[in-house]
Design a protein around this ligand. Sequence first.
Ligand SMILES: Cc1cc2nc3c(=O)[nH]c(=O)nc-3n(C[C@H](O)[C@H](O)[C@H](O)COP(=O)(O)O)c2cc1C
Length: 203
Amino acid sequence: MDTFSVIEQRRSVKHYDSRYAMPPEDADRLLDLAMLSPTSFNIQNWRFVKVEDPALRKQIRAAAWDQEQVTEAQLLLVLCADLKAWEKQPDRYWKNAPQAAQEMIVPVIGQFYQNGGEQVQRDEGMRSCAIASQTLMLAAKAMGYDSNPMIGFDPDAVAKLINLPDDHVIAMMLVIGKAAKPARERGGQLPKNEIVVVDRFAK
Ligand SMILES: Cc1cc2nc3c(=O)[nH]c(=O)nc-3n(C[C@H](O)[C@H](O)[C@H](O)COP(=O)(O)O)c2cc1C
């Protein structure tokens, strides 16, 4: 499927065929592709919790308004961000760059997030996870799967269930699997002239 069709056909699917066995190499491929998503300063601040334990899935479903896709889809990922990735051996993120580039970029990473403070550090986590989520959803569609990004859950309860470290945050959950039922008609798209602003907003 070409990229344009994948974008047009990706929909949020709620019903999955839980009898289907996803080959482990498909899950691996999806995660490998997700790890190619861009991040600011290449800090790769996403952490993907792949929930395999059926009992844990049930507990997460209970914390997610009992949404059935949490247990029925083949893959459940909790997309988390390490808020402090920028200060954890940042030289790793540029180890293949020429020495001069490393010396220029690596110190700037620390300054940028230190100065930006908690708000910028959190925003960066959300930005990175959102982009990775779209990579995963489009890749899944191209591989014959469907997906559903999810924020309908109690983040504190899920954080507890997955032992989320104190310096991490959950951005969203994402399920991927074999659809049992297609998505409903699109809810209702806004007109383009409300979405696209040329140059500046009207005062
Ligand atoms: C960040 C985010 C969180 C969402 N959370 C949920 C959710 O908890 N449960 C659900 O059924 N759909 C959820 N959705 C799906 C949206 O309802 C859906 O993307 C939207 O209606 C547009 O439909 P489409 O994805 O099929 O184009 C979420 C979507 C996004 C982007």
